[in-house]
Design a protein around this ligand. Structure first.
Ligand SMILES: Nc1ncnc2c1ncn2[C@@H]1O[C@H](COP(=O)(O)OP(=O)(O)OP(=O)(O)O)[C@@H](O)[C@H]1O
Ligand SMILES: [Mg+2]
Length: 347
């Protein structure tokens, strides 16, 4: 691989779920990050409806590309490469982004990079904190995934150490929010409610026994425990303090996530931890991770909240890194892979 030293201008497309994200990045510098979301159209269903998301991507695509270009103050012919999330995600939604990215790459005569959405959640941190230390441990906590990764080289070598065996961390936030009659997605309202409460209820910490796998997660038992606890209180006519339940649930999630991430660093002799994905926006997770990393002598990196949830800049960030590392671009028949494994950074 021939490394490049110039700073490529990369246009990134993100359509794996309900956000149409178009980002422009030059080298590790964020130029623009335009976002359109169909979140409101899914809210009454309590989850993302794939057909609605795909249609919304189609409608938002061209205006969002134009907005990203205008915000960055660049023109299409300036673009050196196009990057797109080719998986994992909702197939129909991914296909809209892949088709659009291919069309732009072909029309501009520039290389196309199909990238892994999960690696992009990690790569986005480079826009704010510079090149990732390698190896790093990365914890990816989002609506669909929760994994601990060993990252010797984010351009081509990502090793999954552990993952959730059932619900993702973000999914647990979303499901517990429903139990508490809070809006979807549940992470932000639980985060806010928890700030008014105390973590006084002892909810279970899944897979933390001495014989449990060190880096795997389980959040489904916690979600059920919260639902049962709330039902029992209501049955007994006892007032349920939403802030206290939110704080206690959140504490259980954060405790497990941070303990396992720090342990992965220690076990692998790695002193850099990066946290990415929508749940990394959680204020308690950020605070506890900082405390525990400080105590363990680990350098913690977390992107700013805005860049934790899905966006196009993260895809452009990973694309830019691949261009600079001299990684071969994708073939023109690039497709969407809804279950693209985490160790496939680009394809
Ligand atoms: N402040 C917060 N606290 C906790 N969770 C949060 C917060 N903000 C967002 N989330 C959660 O993050 C998730 C969305 O993150 P993200 O956009 O990365 O997920 P996704 O793209 O749907 O999933 P994936 O990246 O696995 O495909 C939702 O489950 C949401 O509840
Ligand atoms: Mg995501």
């Amino acid at each position: 691989m021939a490394e490049r030293t110039d700073q490529p201008l990369v246009l990134g497309f993100e359509t794996s779920c309900d956000e149409t994200g178009i980002g422009l990045v030059r080298g590790h510098t964020l130029l623009s990050d335009a976002l359109a979301t169909s979140m409101a159209e899914h809210e009454r269903f309590g989850g993302v409806v794939p057909e609605i998301a795909s249609r919304a991507h189609l409608e938002a695509m061209v205006p969002t590309v134009h907005r990203a270009l205008a915000d960055a103050g660049v023109a299409l012919p300036d673009v050196d490469a196009v990057a797109v999330t080719s998986g994992p995600g909702l197939t129909g939604a991914l296909l809209v982004g892949v088709a659009a990215a291919k069309a732009y790459a072909l029309a501009l005569g520039v290389p196309l990079y199909g990238v892994n959405h999960l690696a992009a959640h990690v790569a986005v941190d480079e826009l704010e904190h510079g090149r990732l230390a390698e190896p790093s441990i990365a914890m990816l906590v989002s609506g669909g995934h929760s994994s601990i990764l060993l990252v010797p080289d984010l351009s081509q070598d990502v090793v999954e150490l552990g993952r959730t065996v059932d619900d993702a961390a973000g999914e647990a936030f979303d499901k517990v929010a429903r139990v508490l009659d809070l809006p979807f997605p549940g992470g932000p309202p639980i985060d806010r409610a928890a700030q008014e409460g105390t973590a006084s209820i002892a909810f279970p910490r899944g897979l933390t026994g001495p014989r449990d796998p060190a880096y795997d997660f389980s959040f489904s038992g916690l979600k059920t425990a919260v639902a049962r606890w709330v039902e029992a209180q209501q049955r007994d006519g006892v007032h349920v303090s939403v802030p206290d339940v939110a704080a206690s649930f959140q504490e259980a999630v954060v405790d497990v996530l941070t303990a396992k991430a720090v342990r992965a660093c220690r076990d692998h002799g790695v002193d850099h931890l990066v946290i990415g994905g929508g749940v990394a926006a959680n204020s308690r997770l950020r605070a506890v991770a900082q405390e525990r990393c400080d105590a363990a002598g680990i350098v913690l990196r977390v992107p700013s909240r805005r860049l934790c949830t899905d966006n196009g800049a993260m895809v452009a960030a990973l694309g830019s890194r691949l261009v600079m590392a001299g990684v071969a671009p994708s073939e023109p028949d690039l497709g969407a892979d809804s279950s693209l494994p985490i160790d496939v950074v680009s394809r």
